[in-house]
Design a protein around this ligand. Structure first.
Ligand code: PDD
Length: 295
């Protein structure tokens, strides 16, 4: 079996071992109380941080976002040597030379059911590494659909309550698209699991940070890359009416990286088409590859 096929087949399998509440455990032995607030309320946050060939990429930025989210939901969680544990997760999964990611999740823990946050509860912490296919993103061709953004109004918090995101993404997948990209008040916000950028007149546009979108780590890195490459970035939302005039569209994210979008559909009607990535998308993809692969 080629490495490519092995990595793809690992994608939808369980990890053999996880780190949970201070211990490394076979995944089958890692259990959580039915009274855990993550299970009952979706009361918790998560993070996904990538490793390229076993090397971390923007790890501190991911940990900083996790701290921000914990603060926003008033959840106290301190883990000594967290970075060391993250590296250990990669090592233990046998992925120290591979492309992979580490999933981290903190829930408020087990407590009698109340809507208000309980006091003095021990958070539940779960972490594991898993293989991801990060090679070949430059050659992928994908389509997206547009839908009203039915999520809550604190999309800056990387909450584990992902009901709307999973409904929206499933709808896109069922229709043969990669992603469902969302709009609120006619302005395009982001995808169900990715950020979105537009290109017009040699300028790059993306929705500004704030409660309407997740502050994507890849999004911010791509903005920095634009600055380095002297490409003007405008952090302004694109409206549905402006969409058809765009000259390029790409999605970004930790596992998405930078993906060129070939078509955009709304209610099964194609609003936009661009079969090949343009010069700006290609330049950003190449720069991204170099940075992530340390070339
Ligand atoms: N998703 N917007 C949303 C709603 C997301 O869920 C994600 C990431 C992004 C991109 O953020 P970043 O560049 O920091 O990965 C934007 C992750 C990977 C997930 O849910 O698995």
């Amino acid at each position: 079996m080629s490495r490519h096929i092995i990595l793809l087949s690992m994608k939808n399998s369980y990890p053999s071992e996880v780190y949970m509440n201070g211990k490394w455990l076979p995944a089958a032995e890692a259990t959580v109380s039915v009274f855990d607030r993550g299970f009952m309320f979706g009361d918790g946050i998560y993070e996904v941080t990538p490793f390229y060939g076993g090397k971390p990429f923007l790890l501190q930025e991911h940990l900083d976002r996790m701290s921000y989210c914990l603060k926003e939901i008033d959840l106290e969680f301190e883990k000594k040597d967290l970075k060391k544990l993250i590296f250990e997760a990669v090592d233990r999964a046998g992925l120290a030379q591979n492309d992979c990611a580490v999933y981290l999740q903190v829930t408020r823990g087990k407590a009698p059911r109340t809507h208000h946050f309980p006091q003095q509860v021990e958070p539940t912490f779960l972490m594991y590494a898993f293989a991801v296919q990060l090679e070949g993103f430059e050659d992928r061709k994908l389509t997206i659909k547009l839908s009203p953004d039915i999520r809550w109004q604190r999309c800056d918090i990387k909450s584990i309550s992902l009901m709307a995101n999973t409904m929206l993404n499933s709808e896109a997948i069922q229709k043969g698209h990669f992603e469902n990209v969302l709009f609120r008040n006619n302005r395009i916000t982001e995808g169900s699991h990715s950020s979105i950028f537009f290109i017009k007149d040699q300028k790059v546009y993306t929705h500004p940070e704030g409660p309407e979108i997740l502050s994507g780590i890849t999004r911010r890195f791509v903005i920095e890359l634009c600055t380095e490459l002297e490409i003007e970035v405008i952090e302004e939302a694109v409206s549905l009416e402006e969409l058809s005039a765009m000259e390029g569209i790409f999605l970004t994210g930790t596992t998405t990286q930078i993906l060129h979008v070939t078509s955009v559909f709304q209610n099964d009607r194609e609003l936009y088409n661009s079969s090949e990535a343009g010069a700006i998308t290609k330049k950003l993809q190449e720069a991204f590859r170099k940075k992530t692969r340390g070339l």
